[in-house]
Design a protein around this ligand. Structure first.
Ligand code: ZN
Length: 254
């Protein structure tokens, strides 16, 4: 793997890796979590809810979500997703669509972070254990990841969350706002009553110098922000009311 490129061979990929591939002449990267057994869990815009969308990322994701399932002949479960959920299981081939494979780097130094020409390829945040990452991805595959009223989220946010469990708390309730000294010390009650959001990649204006761009990116990186908290995937789903969808679903199945 080169210093400036995260491109990897298929043989280098490991379960729990955050991978991505570029679309549309490198204008857009689609991200996912490789869960092993040639499968990728990734977040696409739920086609059933596409009318709610007002972000450009979401419109990209709609295009992505057409990709899996119907055309795949290799895996019967390729393209699997719950109704109402944008989290999809795809085989690696369908995810990549014959394009190059890249791995998102975690735990990079500030120097390495700033040396990257493009954003969205690495973070200073540390990845959790492989099993934890896969658990989050598989859990969200079955519970969903979409409350577009609370989050502005896309496929990269999904993968970042699966890898780190980190979310940004805009202001923690209970009258002690801004007093987060540790990522792990925040009572879950505070998290449940606070607005959370993902790090949305800032659109880069062409005239911004590389140095300025790096500073902005670095300040926004979840690895250096002080307003991030670690949220269990089970708590995340409860907070966002995604359990309700599942309950309705299981009742219908009975
Ligand atoms: Zn497939």
């Amino acid at each position: 793997m080169g210093f400036l490129s995260n491109k990897i061979k298929r043989s280098e990929i490991k379960a729990g890796d955050h991978i991505y591939t570029y679309r549309t002449m490198y204008a857009y990267a689609h991200h996912g979590i490789f869960v092993g057994d040639n499968k990728v869990v990734h977040f696409t815009r739920d086609p059933d809810k596409s009318s709610n969308s007002n972000t450009s990322f979401a419109s990209f994701d709609i295009k992505m979500s057409k990709t899996p399932s119907t055309t795949c002949t290799s895996y019967a479960d390729c393209g699997f997703r719950h109704p109402e959920s944008g989290v999809v299981l795809s085989c690696l081939d369908c995810f990549l669509q014959n394009r190059a494979l890249y791995r998102f780097d975690y735990g990079v130094t500030k120097a390495a972070f700033c040396a990257k020409v493009r954003g969205g390829s690495c973070t200073t945040a540390i990845s959790d254990e492989q099993d934890t990452v896969i658990h989050r991805a598989m859990y969200l595959l079955h519970k969903g990841f979409g409350n577009y009223d609370v989050f502005t989220n896309n496929c990269e946010d999904f993968a970042l969350y699966c890898k780190t469990g980190l979310l940004i708390v805009e202001n923690v309730g209970c009258g002690r706002s801004g007093q987060i000294s540790t990522m792990f010390g925040v009572p879950i009650a505070a998290i449940l009553t606070s607005p959370l959001k993902f790090v949305v990649p800032t659109p880069v204006v062409a005239t911004v110098t590389a140095g300025m761009y790096c500073m902005t990116r670095y300040a926004n990186d979840i690895g250096v922000r002080s307003d991030v908290v670690k949220v269990n995937v089970e708590d995340l789903v409860v907070k966002c009311g995604w359990m309700d969808n599942l309950k309705e679903e299981s009742q219908e199945n009975e």
